[in-house]
Design a binder for this molecule. Sequence first.
Ligand code: CAA
Length: 283
Amino acid sequence: MEIKKVGVVGCGLMGSGIAQVCAQSGLQTVVSEINDDLLNKGMGMIKTNLSKSVEKGKLAAQEKDAILGRLKATTNMTDFTGCDLVIEVVVENMQVKKKIFADLEKICPPHAILASNTSCLSVMDMAMATKKPDKVLGMHFFNPVPVMKLLELVQTIATSEETLKTIRAFGKSIDKTVIVAKDSPGFVVNRLLVPYLFDAMRMLESGMATREDIDQGMQLGCNHPMGPLTLADFVGLDTLYFIANAMYDDYKEPRFAPPMLLKKMVAAGRLGRKSGRGFYEYK
Ligand code: CAA
């Protein structure tokens, strides 16, 4: 099956990035939010990103208009009628996600593939909110979506090989490199990333090194684009805390248990870049 029309439920940081990449790859794209304010904010991020590319001479002005012409922004889920693929990118709340999957099954054509961008929740549980779990999988994108090359696919025990094949080809068509993981919390990337970020936090907590030295150690010693504490601020400390708890609940391994410092920072509203303060301060 060829994917010609894509839907994206949620136009926050990740949803807007996914919608942008799909429209930029020539696909008719519908992106939704729960109200006009959030929709305008998300569309604003897309327009800013595209305008920057035009300013840098990486995108022609007419091409920017063509991309925006392929994007339909809506607050009405029924606009997903006719989508071959819909990617859910809403809050990490299983009840909310299950409802969206059940609604999408009613709105979209029977052949439509339904995907979740969850970074830690069980895709199998979402699939069971529909009557076609063979057409449900995880599509985990990375922030910032227009820049990061990876697309991590999550295959449940019910996802069909045909669905996986179609989405592999789709990933390639939007210029992403695909890896496939089984449906277990954290999949490949977060299962490796989260304990690493937590070790950096524990190092800071114990006074073993300063935040700058921990970050520079990994940036300059291992050529990472960001040190672990900067990256944690970038991902969002509340997001990391949520992912870690979900992973710890399932694996019961101490390495996934959130450090006390992280717990206290989240309680204090120090959520990283988005709140203006995390391990660092942001203007
Ligand atoms: N949206 C779109 N484009 C962006 C962007 C954004 N938010 N931020 C940066 N860019 C673009 C810039 O416009 C620039 O593009 P050009 O090369 O075309 O000029 C390019 O990215 C590089 O940006 P900068 O020069 O401003 O800055 P940089 O070189 O420091 O790169 C970065 C910024 C790409 C974010 C880089 O620091 C990086 O790769 N950091 C690591 C990001 C990472 O690990 N992400 C994964 C997080 S984990 C996750 O997402 C999953 C999960 O479940 C938690």
